[in-house]
Ligand binder design. Structure first.
Ligand code: ADP
Ligand code: MG
Ligand code: MG
Length: 520
């Protein structure tokens, strides 16, 4: 798609792209921004051209999202399953300190009474209430195109994110930027596909905010606000701010942004299942603000918890009756280990075979199950069958990626690095890792990448692109017509493009750029 444009045409296109990005909030804070009030911003890393993608595969990825939303909601509600897979007795929590701490905190809250029957007695009325918290998921299911041995091209899932799924808003802005470049210049005419009708709409901002607003509405306290839990020094702040603005402008819902550090001194929950109140410094002495929904854009990585008190704060938020996005069980459900366990015979059936009760779209369960399975690569645990898992990984190293239970990029081990890594991996830590077959994306795709902040020339390179589909799910008791029904929706998409030889795909970690699609 990156065409044979003359250097001055490319420069002109870059100028238009960068101007559009700067003018429309497609931005990052510059590296090293420390000041409380930032003085400047830089544009996010972007691709000059949208990436060609088979229309049928794009539609397929979108149509799978509803089932994934429901699947992960049900996993989060299946306490027995999460205890087995992620707990500290038999699961990954036994060997992975971070997973173990989250699970232990959640278990302690369950023992204290979270999720359990509570009796409320009043003078005029004697009634019992099942107090089961609601959970909100803002999900992103990630895919790469895979070229099979018989040259069939179809999507394969990389992973499913249940916490801090980012770049929803900036991806919408990139789609709009490519649409602008298409409409405003003749340069895109070099390809017959580069026409507005082949650029799919992307309304992720409204879609994600609809999920947050649905949770806020169900909480049903008009004076309450939504809490964004953020990382100190976050550079990808504009991606979050667009959600905040949309919540206020379209739904009249206010947002408070605080770090775990700040929350440790200004949040309070009087007892388990009680409301969460925030008294921000600026309003000390004024009435505390009740929180309807807690949206985590932090707390997904161990570095977000530098001290034990950061965990204490996380568990205080969890024990409140505010709707957590995600709750700890929903965060644990997004673990790579869960993704691998789902590939074992019978596990998907555990969650998706009762279609009549749950009402999954129009597809019947066997159909839904085989559609999901068809989008997966082979996976296994390194701890299976004595040394079998490790031996198999050594044998297939050049076709493998090993993954621990981490998010945010930069944690995996690839191909030729696998054998030495396995040599150094202590026996007891095997359980924390999964092996996954490598997806083989189409070759020969080229694009021009503009690094964050620009100011340098375009880099043309052979690339691969990862598609993410966003969805939300609101679930627990009391949502929908019947108990256990999941309210959910597919709400938009993201494309990240990177050099084909770079293993990792994180935009925030500097490996890739934000992109959009042209359907072919
Ligand atoms: P994280 O939660 O850290 O984002 P991922 O599972 O998404 O972890 O892995 C990070 C990156 O590694 C992906 O964005 C993708 O570029 C690459 N990757 C992961 N799994 C595969 C795979 N099976 N085949 C090819 N590349 C992969
Ligand atoms: Mg990822
Ligand atoms: Mg992830």
């Amino acid at each position: 798609m990156a065409s044979n444009l003359a250097p001055q045409d490319l420069e002109n296109l870059q100028l238009r792209a960068v101007r559009y990005a700067l003018a429309h909030g497609l931005l990052y804070l510059p590296p090293g921004t420390q000041a409380a009030i930032p003085m400047s911003a830089i544009h996010a890393p972007i691709a000059l051209f949208p990436t060609p993608f088979p229309r049928a595969q794009f539609e397929r990825a979108k149509s799978l999202q509803s089932t994934y939303n429901t699947l992960y909601a049900r996993i989060a509600l299946d306490t027995w399953f999460l205890d087995e897979v992620m707990g500290t007795e038999r699961g990954v929590g036994k060997v992975d300190d971070f997973v173990g701490k989250l699970w232990t905190g959640w278990k302690a809250l369950r023992d204290e009474g979270l999720h359990q029957v509570r009796f409320i007695v009043s003078i005029s009325d004697l009634c019992s209430h099942m107090v089961r918290p609601l959970h909100l998921g803002l999900f992103r299911s990630d895919y790469l195109l895979h070229v099979s041995e018989d040259n069939n091209v179809s999507i394969r899932q990389v992973e499913f994110n249940t916490i801090s799924s980012s770049f929803g808003t900036l991806s919408q802005k990139v789609s709009e930027m490519h649409r602008h470049l298409c409409a405003s210049t003749g340069f895109y005419e070099s390809s017959p596909y580069l026409q507005a009708l082949n650029l799919p709409p992307n309304n992720t901002i409204a879609g994600l905010v609809e999920g947050l607003a649905a949770a806020h509405t169900v909480y049903d306290v008009p004076s309450s606000q939504i809490l964004f839990v953020v990382q100190p020094g976050e550079r990808n702040v504009f991606d979050q701010l667009w959600l905040e603005y949309e919540l206020l402008e379209k739904h009249s819902i206010k947002v408070i942004r605080l770090t775990l550090d700040e929350l440790s001194s200004c949040s309070s929950v009087s007892s388990i299942n009680a409301p969460l109140f925030i008294t921000p410094l600026s309003t000390r002495g004024v009435i505390p603000i009740e929180i309807s929904t807690i949206y985590f854009r932090a707390a997904y990585t161990p570095t977000d918890f530098p001290t034990p008190s950061h965990y204490t704060t996380r568990f205080t938020l969890e024990k409140s009756k505010a709707i957590k996005c995600p709750s700890i069980p929903l965060q644990l459900a997004g673990g790579k280990k869960v993704q691998q366990v789902l590939t074992q015979p019978g596990v998907l059936e555990r969650f998706l075979s009762d279609e009549a009760h749950w009402g999954l779209g129009s597809s019947s369960p066997p159909e839904v199950i085989s559609e999901l399975r068809a989008s997966w690569m082979g996976m296994w645990g390194l701890d299976v069958g004595g040394d079998d898992g490790v031996n198999r990984a050594r044998e297939h190293a050049m076709n493998l990626v090993l993954k621990p239970q981490r998010e945010g990029g930069g944690n995996n081990v690839y191909k030729e690095a696998v054998p030495a890594f396995l040599d150094s991996l202590p026996l007891e830590e095997r359980q924390a890792w999964i092996a996954m077959e490598l997806i083989a994306p189409p070759k020969g795709m080229k694009n021009y990448l503009i690094r964050a902040g620009g100011g340098e020339s375009l880099v043309e390179m052979e690339v691969m692109s990862e598609l993410g589909i966003f969805g939300w799910a609101l679930f627990g008791d009391g949502v929908g017509e019947s108990e256990g029904k999941v309210r959910e929706k597919e709400v938009g998409w993201l494309v990240r493009t990177k050099g084909k030889d770079s293993n990792e795909g994180g935009v925030a970690t500097g490996f890739s750029v934000l992109d959009s699609l042209v359907l072919v």
